[in-house]
Write a protein that binds this ligand. Structure first.
Ligand SMILES: [Zn+2]
Ligand SMILES: [Zn+2]
Length: 175
């Protein structure tokens, strides 16, 4: 969906959208529901609101895929790309601008679909976890310790990191 900036009235524009996205990585698995407010200030357009959907992530410990719902705040100030090309970086003069992302629009229109796509991609965590308590995969035999821990026979080598300190302590005393 594209919004013509000329169509945004002085008092601002509120849009409620439900869109089906297919980002390149294919991780969005539910309709993308968004509530956005667009305000014009000179040639800048502030877009704020929220976007909700469900994504598939891969657990960084056990490598299993899992579904997660996301609810992301949106705060972006759009500047005209043409103007920026002529004058260098736009000045960060507005209040609270440091908390806003910066975007650029071309030909007098903002691509809302592209905005939502970017926000969802940016919101991806560096190390997603299927569960805070995920036990992960045994580094020796590759067994998923959440479901098949009895197949792992490396348990003798595994020391709980909290006990590691004690183990070292006793080893020292033996010397
Ligand atoms: Zn996991
Ligand atoms: Zn093992």
């Amino acid at each position: 969906m594209k919004i013509l900036i000329a169509d945004i009235p002085e008092e601002g524009l509120i849009i409620d959208l439900e869109e089906h996205l297919t980002p390149d990585d294919g991780s969005v698995v539910a309709p993308v529901v968004s509530h956005l407010e667009l305000m014009k200030t000179g040639t800048e357009v502030m877009v704020s609101g929220r976007v909700q959907t469900e994504v598939i992530r891969e657990c960084s410990r056990c490598l299993r895929s899992f579904r997660r719902s996301v609810n992301i705040p949106v705060n972006v100030v759009y500047h005209p790309a043409e103007e920026v090309a002529g004058e260098g970086q736009p000045a960060r003069h507005a209040l609270n601008i440091d908390e806003m992302d910066m975007g650029f629009y071309r030909d007098g229109e903002i691509d809302i679909t592209e905005l939502l796509r970017e926000q969802i991609v940016l919101a991806g965590e560096m190390k997603p976890l299927c569960d805070e308590a995920c036990k992960g995969i045994c580094p020796h035999c590759g067994t998923d310790l959440n479901t098949e821990s009895k197949h792992c026979t490396c348990s003798d080598d595994r020391v709980d990191p909290r006990l590691e300190v004690l183990k070292k302590y006793f080893e020292k005393r033996k010397e």
